[in-house]
Design a protein around this ligand. Sequence first.
Ligand code: HEC
Length: 138
Amino acid sequence: MKKQLALLIVSGVLANAGGFNPSMQGYIDSLKVEAKKSNNSFADFNAKRGELIFTSKHIGKRGREISCASCHGANLSLSSQNAFTNKSIEPLSPRTNPKRLTNVQDVQKWLKRNFNDVYKREGTPQEKGDVLYYIKSK
Ligand code: HEC
């Protein structure tokens, strides 16, 4: 019995390796419900679409042409520099920086603020999910 329990726990941890923690998964699931509401053919988020959202440049904050990568860098495993303040930013990759994408409040706060910086509007639920899948894949 004890052995079975240990096995269950181990397989649970392994199954979650590379996945989101329960509260983040809850957030992702709620974004999916919202995305489905505005797009009937929506099936799942997509890291490739997220990459485009992350790397494409737009006239953003203070009229400057920037992308998400302008502050977070092109290589998410490395530290980067804020394009406006020059302050150093820790790597966004959850693989290199395990604190990333673990706290729903932080993620919501920064997605809202950062979409406004780059796109001058809040991201749609689908855009947020796509970009989170992209960051998660890095
Ligand atoms: C003007 C600079 C800047 C831009 C542009 C920017 N970010 Fe950020 N981002 C930050 C800062 C500063 C933080 C908070 C400090 C930190 O967490 O290191 C942050 C934090 C985050 C976080 C929180 C991650 C976590 O779990 O801790 C996410 C997600 C994120 N950014 C995604 C994005 C996305 C997506 C875009 C493009 C739409 C973007 N950022 C554009 C500066 C920026």
